[in-house]
Structure formats: structure tokens, C-alpha cells
Design a protein around this ligand. Structure first.
Ligand code: SF4
Length: 198
């Protein structure tokens, strides 16, 4: 039976408390805030999965895909497609920031696997009709919940059934995405996303 908004809020609160205390990955920096109010509405029917929180001067950015160049691109792509952030719940494949010394690094597979418990918790709690993954790490992360056999090079921008809902794999809106996916192709992808929201 679907959870009502109060039940979803309560479960998200418990999930966030668990994530904040989690020390499963020894060299991840910062405690996560990507499960909580800044990430989106408990009423969102669309769950967006990005990569990992980026480091900021004050610690870890609590709102995924905001406050930097990538966040600006994401905001522009959403606006061009007439998508609103309050229609979405945005999280990351891993909730802590991957660091090597004072610098960032790629997310490790073991970290994706450990953090999938929180991603699974979000999917079960929000029960989204649509999951949008942004980038290879996010697509890899949702495969931890249920195999999908998809890869970005072949399946980006296509709509697929997965865990009884729709899955739309897209490129991450960071600068490197432009190597594989032009801005106009990304705009087309986001138009597909918009069409799935109705
Ligand atoms: S990345 Fe996820 S599993 Fe790893 S320490 Fe952070 S919350 Fe825990």
C-alpha cells in the first residue's frame, strides 16, 4: 500500500539520521545531507540520481546539483524543458564526498554498493513513477537495486521499464557530458523527461 506524505516524511527522516551516522566508507569526507528537505519534495513522483556531493568551502553541498557550473547547466536544462525542481527529488549515488587528500576523486564501486542501501530506501519510500539517472555512476548505482543491462552509450535518452517504474538514463550535466552529448541533444533528452512527467 502506498505511503501517505506523513509516513514518507518520517521514513526519510529515519533514513537521513542513519546516513548522517554512517561510517561504512572509511575515506569519504563529510556526512551526507542529500536525504532531506533540500533534496526535494516527499510528493515528488520523479527521483533523480546524480553522482556524489561536491566539496564546498563550507564542507559538503547539501543540495545536489546546485551552486556550481554543473548545477547551473542542470538548472538551465530543466528550465528549457519546463521542468521545475519542486517536481523532483534529487539525490546522489553516494551520499558522501569522495576525496583523496584535499582533492576529489572518482567514486569507487564498493562505495556505490555500500551506499545503495540508502538509494534503495529512497526508492521504497518515495515509490517514484520515474527514475532519472545522470551519468554512469548513477546508472551503475540503480543496477545495485535491480539489474537493468543498460549503458549510457547505447541507451541514453531512451525510456525503459525497471522495478515496475520508468527509468530514463541521461548524461550527467557536468562539462564532460558535452564530449558525448551536445547541448541540443541534452535539451532533447530533457524534453523526453518532461513528456514522462504527465
Ligand atoms: S557514502 Fe554512503 S555508505 Fe559510504 S559512508 Fe557515506 S553514507 Fe555511508
Amino acid at each position: 500500500m502506498p505511503l501517505d506524505p506523513a509516513q514518507r516524511s518520517k521514513r526519510l527522516e529515519l533514513l537521513r539520521d542513519r546516513a548522517r551516522e554512517c561510517t561504512a566508507c572509511p575515506d569519504m569526507a563529510g556526512r551526507p545531507d542529500a536525504v532531506g528537505d533540500p533534496a526535494g519534495s516527499v510528493d515528488a513522483r520523479c527521483l533523480v540520481v546524480a553522482t556524489a556531493p561536491g566539496p564546498t568551502k563550507g564542507g559538503v553541498d547539501p543540495v545536489p546539483l546546485s551552486g556550481d557550473h554543473t548545477g547551473d547547466s542542470f538548472t538551465r536544462l530543466l528550465a528549457d524543458a519546463d521542468l521545475r525542481r519542486d517536481q523532483l527529488y534529487v539525490t546522489n549515488a553516494v551520499l558522501c564526498t569522495p576525496r583523496r587528500g584535499s582533492r576529489g576523486r572518482k567514486v569507487r564501486v564498493a562505495e556505490i554498493q555500500r551506499c545503495s542501501t540508502y538509494l534503495s530506501g529512497l526508492v521504497v519510500t518515495l515509490d517514484p513513477a520515474l527514475v532519472v539517472t545522470l551519468g554512469t555512476t548513477a546508472l551503475r548505482a540503480v543496477a545495485e537495486l535491480a539489474p537493468h543491462g543498460l549503458d549510457l552509450a547505447t541507451h541514453a535518452g531512451g525510456v525503459h521499464r525497471w522495478m515496475g517504474r520508468w527509468l530514463l538514463p541521461l548524461y550527467h550535466p557536468g562539462p564532460r557530458a558535452m564530449i558525448h552529448r551536445s547541448w541540443s541533444e541534452q535539451r532533447r533528452d530533457y524534453a523526453t523527461w518532461r513528456s514522462l512527467m504527465d
